[in-house]
Design a protein. Structure first.
Lengths: 112, 151
């Protein structure tokens, strides 16, 4: 998983160097890659093999969005398409927002 | 007209001042730091599964991501993340730590503009597009999946 995680990040770095795209676009791109991988059911086999190598990169975030939407469609029908994605990623988003807010109250900006 | 010329001169100046990233070392750094972050995630995941053997795999992954997000936003707050980020480039952007950093960094930086208009608004300046594109595409996937399932 070290190898795969490293390769995924290196791919991001290749994009930064060759196209000078910003980090926001990289994140968007990798999330979309994850959604597409999951939509075609290719993510799970990769995940079994690569474990953290594919789950820790933001690709895993996209994949769990799509996975949540797909499994919710199975259990609650069309409404699941709207509820599933955020449900599956709620922990990640809420943690990121919550910790960021907490630390912004405690710490002052260090970048001058 | 004069402004245009000034802008051009300024752009040229900016171009000259942007630190040039050397392609090969930065690729290597992105590779091993990114790999290390994933290795750390794997370690946390296995530790959680070891401590709570009955936990579902997906729950353990969620905890792992929460832990990584916590570490990343803390490192952002104390100013360490920026240094690692400069060195590793995509190595810290592409993992979930980059997502966490993209929320924590502006939240802290724009604190002086107030809690509502500074912290709360700027928090999503980078993460917003990520979440929007992710949610829109996942809804799309869900709807397609539903339609395909009808036949």
């Amino acid at each position: 998983m070290f190898l795969i995680g490293g390769l995924v990040c290196m791919l991001g770095q290749v994009l930064i160097i060759t196209t000078k795209i910003t980090s926001a676009r990289i994140l968007v791109l990798f999330v979309l890659i994850g959604v597409v991988l999951q939509a075609f059911n290719i993510f799970d086999p990769i995940s079994q093999f690569a474990q953290a190598g594919i789950n820790v990169p933001i690709i895993g975030f996209g994949a769990s969005l799509a996975k949540g939407a797909m499994s919710a469609v199975e259990s609650r029908g069309l409404l699941g398409a709207f509820t599933g994605g955020l449900e599956a990623t709620a922990a990640g988003i809420a943690a990121a927002v919550g910790f960021a807010f907490l630390f912004s109250l405690i710490f002052k900006s260090r970048t001058k | 007209m004069k402004n245009e010329k000034l802008n051009e001169a300024y752009n040229a100046y900016v171009e000259a001042r942007i630190p040039k990233t050397k392609p090969w070392p930065s690729l290597f750094n992105a590779f091993w730091v990114g790999g290390l972050v994933c290795l750390l995630g794997q370690g946390i995941n296995e530790l959680i599964l070891y401590l709570f053997p009955s936990m579902a795999e997906q729950t353990a992954w969620a905890w792992t991501l929460v832990a990584l997000i916590f570490i990343a936003s803390f490192l952002t707050a104390v100013g360490v993340f920026d240094k690692i980020g400069k060195f590793a480039g995509a190595g810290t952007i592409v993992p979930i730590t980059g997502f966490s950093n993209s929320i924590a960094s502006p939240a802290i930086e724009f604190k002086h503009e107030g809690i509502i208009y500074g912290t709360c608004v700027k928090m999503f300046s980078i993460a917003g597009p990520v979440i929007v594109s992710g949610v829109v595409s996942s809804v799309l996937v869900g709807v397609i999946y539903y339609i395909v399932g009808l036949f």
